[in-house]
Design a protein. Structure first.
Length: 202
């Protein structure tokens, strides 16, 4: 190839690459009963699952069936917005049934059920990592996914012998305020995904 053809060739490669990643950003609000489960698919094929509903509602199984229906085998990133069990309960079923690249969280607690969940995640070899405000999720070119709020890395002093996940236990509203809030932007479309963030966070 002569040098005079190089700019045309590079333009062709750029246009081909752009066409491969062009497409819609898909945001799926999965019906899991109590709690949330939001699955995001980027034009480049990368994905993010935010929260996993409540195990009491078989949320994990519902998510697995939904992902199979849309042809998804792997979850690149799982984000737990905050440690209430109607947001992480479905993780018990997901681990071992779906490949999860990494598990991200805003606030860790020492409740018995939460500790059991974390043990299962780590036991499956899934990286378990704290994120702070300013963290950028990798969803590929053309998609901005930014954590604009997060809680403290850990809340101590929680009695692990009681159900620390109930909102009426005196700690529930604190945990809601720990919610990771994500701002998602693609082209002219934008989403603010708030977990259970309260007016205090706003």
């Amino acid at each position: 190839m002569g040098l005079r053809h190089l700019p045309i060739f590079l333009l062709f490669i750029f246009c081909l690459h752009s066409s491969l990643i062009a497409g819609p950003l898909k945001v799926h609000f999965i019906d899991v009963g109590q709690g949330d489960a939001i699955f995001i698919e980027s034009p480049s094929g990368k994905n993010l699952l935010i929260d996993a509903g409540d195990d009491g509602d078989n949320a994990g199984e519902k998510i697995i069936r939904y992902l199979a229906k849309i042809g998804v085998d792997d979850i690149d990133t799982f984000l737990l917005t905050h440690p209430h069990d109607d947001h992480y309960g479905g993780v018990f079923a997901l681990v071992g049934q779906v490949n999860i690249g990494k598990f991200l969280y805003g606030t860790h607690v020492d409740g018995k059920k939460y500790t059991k969940m974390v043990k299962k995640v780590k036991g499956a070899g899934i990286p378990y990592r704290h994120i702070e405000a300013g963290y950028r999720f990798d969803l590929g070119p053309g998609v901005s996914a930014l954590a604009i709020h997060s809680g403290p890395p850990q809340m101590r002093g929680v009695d692990s012998t009681v159900d620390v996940d109930r909102e009426d236990d005196g700690r529930g509203s604190d945990l809601n305020r720990c919610s990771v809030v994500v701002r998602l932007v693609h082209g002219q479309s934008s989403y603010l995904l708030t977990g259970d963030a309260t007016k205090h966070v706003e």
